[in-house]
Design a protein around this ligand. Structure first.
Ligand code: AMP
Ligand code: GLY
Length: 421
């Protein structure tokens, strides 16, 4: 099987690493890829958000299966173009990808499916939005409707903060994404993510994870794309997972099919859990990054069979073979991230690390320059390990992180603290 993966981050490195181990994989190409991906796959450069360019590349290279990593090509309809061309693709249609691209759309689907989530209102003008805030009080959550690279959510602790956020959004701080604003009830509890494969009809849970969004230890400081993650999430017990599947995932997926937008791909359900009850915070239409890294570490080669089953519509027959294990990933980021940071510094000590089914360094933002691995982004490496306990996985991951020699980078030392304390 010739396989093409779209994307360039740690998520796509982890997907490539898992797919590559499956004996079905003959040729593996990642577009655009990065320096770490280039060590295990061919990399190709073309515009991955342009459906015709992706179709042309796939046809010229006799690609049998395309896996779409990030949300942008999905929101741009790349999966639709590939399916129209008769190609096998893992990832939802543009219509179904609205579950991530529009918060209002997701809230309406949840309401129609009676799936537990925060109460909300949606607004296209500032004065009505502000009146809603004054009526409901703080804390309250203000969200830009559209894709805002994870930055369009303000948890306002006071009414004034919420009002300022509304002015920012309608003032264009998030461009077109803020032309509509969703205002939600603040939900208290512990967050965890559930990853579910969907083939349009059937669903299959493939694992849970928790990430650390804040840049600083003790979960302090500004939000990031994620500074580390671990799987499974202890807070998502079998009972709560079953509730999330029955009350949230299945009814919303059924409704999507009934409305002519069957969902196919991975559904990332961000859940808030309190007193044994999960509520939906958000859906994403792709794997989380860095959550994918810990999921792939645990699933290994079978990830390809499972994604293929989702794409072919045969999930009803698919099963996950679980090992009773744990995985953790620690993100090495450039000093200054998520603010301004330098690019281009050399990272040493990587080639001395043993990489095997228990230890992997996934590259998130790296480039090869004059034969050296150099930093090329904010989140740069995802040091990932597996073990029979979370503590073992953690010890392995930090032993690797400590032996990497990169002066311009930093990492949190407390990934997994909630699960281990
Ligand atoms: P989202 O982009 O919708 O996932 O929001 C980003 C983060 O904001 C989530 O992961 C939560 O930590 C937080 N968040 C979003 N909505 C709510 C809510 N209604 N109540 C509490 N926290 C929220
Ligand atoms: N780690 C959070 C995300 O991928 O959205």
């Amino acid at each position: 099987m010739n396989i093409l993966i779209l994307g360039s981050g740690g998520r796509e490195h982890a997907l490539a690493w898992a797919v590559k181990q499956n004996p079905k994989c003959d040729r593996l190409i990642v577009a655009p890829g990065n320096a770490g991906i280039a060590q295990i796959a061919e990399c190709a450069a073309f515009d991955i958000e342009n459906g015709s360019a992706v179709v042309q590349f796939a046809e010229e290279n006799a690609i049998d299966f395309i896996i779409i990593g990030p949300e942008a090509p999905l929101a741009a309809g790349v999966a639709d173009r590939l399916r129209e061309a008769g190609l096998l693709v893992f990832g939802p249609s543009e219509a179904a990808a609205k579950l991530e691209a529009s918060k209002r759309f997701t809230k309406e689907i949840c309401a129609a499916a009676q799936a537990p989530t925060a109460a909300y209102g949606h607004f296209t003008d500032a004065s009505a939005a502000k009146a809603h805030v004054r009526e409901h009080g703080a804390p309250i959550v203000v969200k830009a409707d559209g894709l805002a690279a994870g930055k369009g959510v303000i948890i306002a602790m006071s009414e004034d903060e919420a009002v300022a956020a509304i002015d920012d959004m309608f003032g264009g701080a998030f461009g077109g994404a803020g032309a509509e604003v969703v205002i939600e009830e603040f939900m208290d509890g512990e967050e965890a993510s559930l990853f579910v494969l969907v083939d349009g009809e059937d669903v299959l849970a493939i694992g849970s994870a928790q990430d650390h969004k804040r840049v600083g230890e003790g979960d302090t400081g500004p939000n990031t794309g994620g500074m580390g993650a671990y799987s499974p999430a202890p807070v998502l017990t079998a009972d709560i997972e079953a509730k999330a599947m029955e009350e949230i995932v299945k009814p919303t997926m059924r409704l999507m099919a009934e409305r002519g937008m069957p969902y196919q791909g991975v559904l990332y359900a961000g859940l808030m859990i309190k007193d044994g009850q999960p509520r939906l915070v958000e859906y994403n239409v792709r794997f989380g990054d860095p959550e994918c890294q810990v999921l792939m570490m645990r699933l290994g080669a079978q990830a390809l069979d499972l994604m293929q089953a989702a794409a072919e519509g045969s999930l009803a027959q698919a099963r996950v073979n679980w090992a009773d294990d744990h995985a953790m990933t620690v993100v090495l980021a450039a000093n200054g991230y998520p603010g301004a940071y330098q690019k281009g510094s050399e990272i040493k000590g990587l080639s001395a690390l043993a990489e095997d089914s228990m230890h992997m360094v996934f590259h998130a933002g790296t480039k090869l320059e004059n034969g050296q691995i150099c930093a090329a982004g904010g989140r740069v490496l995802n040091v990932t390990a597996r073990g029979e306990s979370l503590q073992t996985a953690r010890d392995r991951a930090y032993a690797m992180a400590d032996s990497i020699d990169w002066e311009d980078g930093f990492y949190r030392r407390d990934i997994g603290w909630r699960a281990l304390d």
